[in-house]
Write a protein of this length. Structure first.
Length: 193
């Protein structure tokens, strides 16, 4: 359970890229509400998938496709906002008004639209809580909560370290374009894959 949770939570994905970008721009502390929302949203999705939604997805596979399209559009929009945000100038004057600070609710919602989260939930629940074993599911949800929160917080810490390198407008612009572009590519990959 721990290794599965760690590999799924720590591996790069749209949520992690958004955390990295937000933390580099706004700081790790201001990014933690998004981290909390993403973690809570994920474990709630995991619990509901283990209890009910797994059967529903088996009966309505088009639902997962619809969620994938919705997620791709949202992720691409966030990527565009990051890539095109104002980076200020080299004097340290940096406008954060144009740079999105993701919220708790956005973190929560993004997990419900994230195809990677759905794959992790459905495959994890099937593997570690087969046949609706509620005790095993509860144990898995607790393990995943701790691992997910720590993993996402580590991406925020990495973003804080990245901010030390982003001392000029050119570097901030390049970072924003790279992070926004990574989100847009992630969205396109989800649609085409």
């Amino acid at each position: 359970m721990f290794l599965f949770s760690l590999s799924m939570s720590l591996s790069p994905g749209p949520v992690n890229m958004l955390i990295l970008s937000s933390s580099a721009t706004h700081g790790a502390g201001r990014t933690m509400p998004f981290v909390s929302g993403a973690t809570i949203g994920f474990v709630l999705l995991l619990a509901l998938t283990g209890l009910v939604l797994g059967r529903l997805l088996d009966e309505l596979p088009a639902l997962l496709d619809t969620l994938g399209w919705m997620a791709a559009v949202f992720i691409a929009w966030v990527g565009w906002r990051i890539a095109s945000s104002d980076v200020g100038d080299d004097t340290g004057n940096r406008s954060l008004h144009d740079t999105p600070l993701p919220s708790f609710l956005q973190g929560f919602a993004l997990q419900w639209l994230n195809p990677k989260a759905w794959v992790a939930c459905t495959s994890g629940a099937a593997l570690f809580a087969p046949h609706g074993d509620r005790q095993a599911l509860l144990q898995f949800v607790v393990v995943y909560f701790v691992v997910c929160y720590a993993s996402l917080a580590s991406w925020a810490g990495l973003g804080r370290l990245m901010a030390r390198c982003l001392t000029t407008a050119v570097r901030r612009r390049a970072f924003n374009v790279a992070m926004g572009g990574a989100l847009i590519v992630s969205a396109a990959t989800a649609l085409l894959g």
